[in-house]
Design a protein around this ligand. Structure first.
Ligand SMILES: Cc1cc2nc3c(=O)[nH]c(=O)nc-3n(C[C@H](O)[C@H](O)[C@H](O)COP(=O)(O)OP(=O)(O)OC[C@H]3O[C@@H](n4cnc5c(N)ncnc54)[C@H](O)[C@@H]3O)c2cc1C
Length: 392
């Protein structure tokens, strides 16, 4: 089923993920949509356990730490399949922070990372603030050293999965001392005194995960919760961005494939004016455009994953992750819009797959850096490195 050279192992992983989505997840989509993203607890537990059993969860973690140690390309193949279903269900496959094992201390590894890999606890990211979205450097949260502790202050928003998380990665600027103003990242347990849940705004999609506003009021944490050194915070965030941008591109390819399949099947059986609507070029040409754009996005995404596996320069990776995320997320938006149109009035109903994806893929042009920010990165890389280095 592939037009890209994949090994037998890669194909087996792709099929394993595809079968999981088809057999265990898709049938719950309408239920989840109608129930605020929720499905029965025992079913949710079953899906999470099945994802672990199939080796899909912690696929980005080395086997010696309990992960399944997939290559980047294999992770893309899995994420693409997961993208064929709503995130309300697909997020049962969890990927702990890929950047962490290389930089955390033994204490941090034992306390947070290993239990996260085992699926016992979950993380969330508290970086964005009301005044600092695209411009992460504008954060106002602070971390002031006080003896063996840091005192953290700030208010974060859009903290995804806060309701399911046990701890946050909290990004702040150092206040006082020789590294004043430098970015730093901390592990902060949710139950630490001073961590205050402010509210859960509602969003366009229907997920069981919240995107909370969370305040940190004089939160005292041991100095041992600092990840790496003072000044390292931004580097971890950039690494997280690169990983997520690639995986968003993969999920967008999966969403587009599902939409093209569903819209094509509908267009072949829906009869108006005495013939299937697909016999009108106004309909079939939109499917042709969608398929063509999906292929381009997929080739780009797979090739980027292989480049990362081959260890290409991280600056090139940065530019290519932005190109893949930009193109695939904009492509998925166009494909979803066309699919809604093909379904007609049905495409505007909450129970319809195209309507759901139309809402869900919209945020892929916003989170982990908006399309405008991706273009800024690409243009910057172009000026510094030239076309040959980036797409040659
Ligand atoms: C559902 C959801 C989940 C999220 N989850 C998390 C999370 O778990 N943790 C977390 O920390 N954050 C999270 N975010 C935050 C997300 O990363 C930001 O929303 C995103 O980076 C954009 O920031 P902003 O919303 O403040 O928009 P702004 O930065 O205010 O941008 C507004 C508009 O201006 C444009 N713009 C800004 N600067 C430029 C420029 N230089 N050139 C051209 N255009 C520009 C943007 O592209 C955008 O169109 C989440 C967001 C959403 C919607």
């Amino acid at each position: 089923m592939t037009t890209y050279p994949l090994s037998a192992e890669d194909l087996e992983i792709q099929q394993r993920a595809r079968a999981f989505v088809d057999e265990d997840l898709i049938s719950w989509e309408e239920h989840a949509e109608a129930n605020g993203g929720q499905i029965p607890d025992d079913e949710r537990r079953k899906q999470r356990e099945r994802a672990i059993e199939l080796g899909l969860s912690a696929m980005n973690m080395p086997t010696e730490l309990g992960g399944t140690g997939m290559t980047t390309l294999q992770q893309v193949l899995v994420s693409e399949q997961i993208g064929r279903v709503t995130n309300a269900l697909g997020w049962c496959v969890f990927t702990p922070p890929a950047w962490a094992p290389a930089v955390v201390s033994e204490h941090q590894m034992q306390t947070w990372i290993l239990p996260t890999i085992r699926g016992e606890i979950h993380e969330c990211y508290a970086i964005t603030e009301a005044g600092a979205g695209s411009d992460v450097d504008a954060i106002e949260a602070t971390a002031r050293r006080d003896g063996d502790e840091y005192v953290l202050n700030g208010e974060k928003m859009h903290v995804t999965s806060y309701n399911h998380a046990s701890y946050c990665f909290f990004q702040a600027k150092i206040a006082g001392g020789p590294n004043e103003g430098a970015h730093a990242m901390f592990f902060v347990d949710k139950q630490t005194p001073g961590v205050r849940h402010v509210r859960d705004p509602t969003y366009t999609h229907t997920y069981p995960d919240t995107h909370a506003v969370v305040a940190f009021d004089d939160v005292r944490v041991p100095a041992a919760t600092l990840v790496g050194e003072e000044g390292d915070g931004m580097a971890f965030t950039y690494e997280w961005f690169r990983y997520e941008r690639l995986m968003i591109a993969a999920r967008c390819c999966g969403a587009a494939e599902r939409l093209i399949d569903e819209a094509t099947a509908f267009a072949k059986q829906r009869v108006q004016f005495g013939r299937p609507i697909i016999e009108n070029q106004a309909i079939s040409h939109t499917l042709a455009d969608s398929l063509t754009e999906l292929w381009a996005a997929r080739l780009m995404t797979y090739r980027l994953a292989e480049n990362i596996d081959a260890g290409v320069d991280v600056k090139i990776q940065h530019g290519q992750c932005s190109m893949a995320k930009l193109y695939a997320s904009e492509m998925a938006g166009r494909v979803a819009d066309r699919a809604v149109q093909i379904f007609g009035g049905r495409g505007y109903m909450r129970e319809n797959v195209a309507e759901r994806f139309w809402r869900e893929v919209r945020v892929d042009r916003i989170w982990e850096g908006t399309s405008e920010v991706q273009r800024n990165i690409i243009a910057d890389q172009l000026q510094k490195r030239g076309t040959g280095a980036l797409v040659g």
